[in-house]
Design a protein around this ligand. Structure first.
Ligand code: PGA
Length: 248
């Protein structure tokens, strides 16, 4: 399976950053054996689209409806219209701050798929849940409740992102990543049969150029979802390069 490396710019980026986005797209072209994308603020998408050529850009959330009386929201159809080809759904920051439930995540993933977007569904436990020995139960529970009914082809990815590893510089132990990704793969296979093996499982949480090779070599780690280290080409390219080396 080709590795998928996706940057998540979160609430960062204005028109001043368009040259950096172009530099990231150029870096991605140098590592063509890897699938890559950058998920941007919706406000930048259209202008970014015009500078990145065929490099994939995506959104970070969408509404479940195509249009309507939902002040401040952005629909999947709008993301697609602005040039997005994928969307992150159910990021832990949205689950925490916007109180998104698994049922919302599932509905949003369905809406994004209906608009023709690829989807990355995020799941992950908090530190408290891990310390109570509940990480596996929590993550597999989120997975089951957030997944769509059916999957065919490779439009869906799942990102395992331990909440305590996001933006903290703390990375999950390789043995924990191995266990969690193995359990997620088993659950996907159980639910979707052969199609469950086509779903890429990404790791997210303080991935960077120094730890990417170690994380991306773990079985069932099919790529990464990267926050802080995706904000510049200088930090993002070493991750692309690590994934490319493993793709040879
Ligand atoms: P981080 O963010 O790489 O800055 O830890 C990852 C994410 O939130 O997807």
């Amino acid at each position: 399976m080709r590795k998928l490396i996706v940057g998540n710019w979160k609430m960062n980026g204005t028109s001043r950053d368009l040259p950096e986005i172009a530099a990231i797209a150029a870096a991605a072209r140098r590592h063509a054996s890897v699938d890559s994308a950058l998920c941007l603020p919706a406000t930048l998408m259209d202008r970014a689209r015009q500078t990145v050529g065929d490099f994939a850009i995506g959104g970070q959330d969408c509404h479940i409806s195509d249009a309507g009386a939902h002040t401040g929201c952005v629909s999947a159809a709008m993301l697609s219209d602005a040039g997005a080809v994928l969307a992150i759904i159910g990021h832990s920051e949205r689950r925490a701050a916007q109180h998104e439930q698994d049922s919302d995540v599932r509905a949003k993933a369905k809406a994004a798929r209906a608009a023709g977007l690829k989807v990355i569904i995020c799941i992950g436990e908090t530190l408290e849940q891990r310390e109570m020995g509940e990480a596996l139960k929590v993550v597999l529970g989120q997975l089951q409740m957030s997944l769509p009914d059916a999957v065919t082809g490779d439009w869906l990815s799942v990102a395992y992102e331990p909440v305590w590893a996001i933006g903290t510089g703390r990375v999950a132990e390789v043995s924990d990543v191995l266990d969690m990704h193995g359990a997620i793969r088993a659950a996907l296979a159980d639910r979707f049969g052969d199609e469950g093996f086509k779903v890429r499982i990404l790791y997210g949480g303080s991935m960077n150029g120094d730890n990417a090779v170690q994380l991306l070599t773990v079985p069932n780690v099919d790529g990464g979802l990267i926050g802080g280290a995706s904000l510049t080409a200088a930090k993002f390219e070493p991750i692309l390069s690590a994934a490319a080396a493993l793709s040879k």
